[in-house]
Design a protein around this ligand. Structure first.
Ligand SMILES: NC(=O)c1ccc[n+]([C@@H]2O[C@H](COP(=O)([O-])OP(=O)(O)OC[C@H]3O[C@@H](n4cnc5c(N)ncnc54)[C@H](OP(=O)(O)O)[C@@H]3O)[C@@H](O)[C@H]2O)c1
Length: 301
């Protein structure tokens, strides 16, 4: 049988934290009860999903009640079931302010992170990420914020999101604390991170890519805006492996040698269980190249 490219191994986040290959995102953590949210997190943990990704800005869309709402919802979950927090590698992000839209000055990031911790009812987070690059702030400001948060024990490790490779390199050169992750969009429908050096830089610098929207925000399931030939290849592999199309799409993300973590956003326990089948299927080199060709709509040379 040909080589299986799917890596189901634990991922290393910095020197001390291990996380599963699939993570749970809180962007759509709106509209359900605290008890349902607690059930989702507990089920995720039981399925080996221990990285939970939040952001201060989550709650402004998907029917949420505003800035900070998804962090507050997670904070209520931690109060409801006090056993959950210590089982989680908790990640959040700051630096987006609707209307500005970005601020990564040291003062702003430190205060934003303090407020995130308060909203989530936690003493610290394992990972604090700059949500989007602030083009008009020197990386030394970000580095100063990171050092301050790290030295005060509020944050163990740091990451960036939606950074270009050049922006990440500049911050890597100036930061004095561990910069362990970058969070790009990456899925079978969005391959930029494979080709623009984002995933290669992760390999070079020992960072972990956290792939956001691995199902293209659900479009892999609805088919909206995707080439029919991509859906056809995913379904062919799904039928062969006896799993859902969603599991194959997540397995594709887990097949890249940068050992990405796929941050899924489902709020549905059945979908979550289906997705975790991604780690037990066989995806070949031919499969991934067929997916790339179908996604891009052209044959590779
Ligand atoms: N850094 C950034 O800029 C950024 C941007 C976007 C997202 N993110 C992170 O990435 C996380 C995931 O993003 P996402 O929610 O767009 O991820 P996704 O996993 O690509 O999409 C999730 C959506 O797909 C739907 N879906 C439909 N059928 C499904 C099926 N069979 N299985 C699973 N899902 C199905 C889900 O609905 P159901 O609930 O009904 O399953 C949900 O609405 C976010 O929570 C956030 O942590 C980061």
């Amino acid at each position: 049988m040909s080589e299986n490219l799917v890596s189901s191994a634990q991922r290393q986040l910095g020197a001390t934290v291990e996380v599963g290959p699939i993570a749970l995102g809180c962007w759509r953590f709106t509209g359900t009860s605290d008890a349902d949210n607690a059930r989702l997190i507990a089920e995720a943990l039981d399925l080996g999903i221990n990285l939970v990704d939040n952001a201060d800005v989550y709650g402004l869309d998907w029917g949420g009640s505003g800035f900070g709402a998804c962090e507050e919802a997670l904070g209520r979950v931690f109060k409801l079931d006090t056993s959950l927090r210590d089982r989680i590698a908790l990640a959040t992000k700051g630096g987006i302010i609707p209307g500005v839209p970005y601020n990564s000055s040291a003062k702003y990031l430190v205060e934003a992170c303090e407020k995130s911790l308060q909203r989530m009812n936690v003493e610290h987070v394992e990972l604090y990420q700059v949500h989007r690059p602030d083009l008009f702030t020197h990386p030394d400001e970000v580095a100063t914020a990171f050092s301050s948060l790290h030295d005060r024990g509020l944050v163990l490790m740091f990451g960036v999101s939606n950074y270009t490779t050049a922006q990440t390199r500049a911050l890597l050169a100036r930061a004095h604390v561990p910069l362990v992750s970058t969070q790009p969009e990456f899925s079978c429908a969005e391959l930029t991170a494979i080709r623009d050096g984002t995933l290669d830089l992760c390999i070079e610098a020992g960072m972990t890519p956290l792939a956001w929207s691995p199902l293209a925000g659900g479009r892999v399931i609805s088919g909206e805006g995707l080439r029919p030939e991509l859906i056809a290849v995913l379904d062919e592999v799904a039928e062969r492996e006896k799993v859902s199309r969603a599991a194959v799409a997540v397995a594709f993300v887990l097949s890249h040698p940068a050992d990405a973590v796929a941050i899924v956003g489902t709020q549905d326990l059945r979908h979550l269980a289906e997705i975790t089948m991604a780690t037990s299927i066989h995806v070949t080199r031919t499969d991934v190249y067929r997916i790339v060709e179908a996604s891009e709509g052209k044959k590779l040379p």
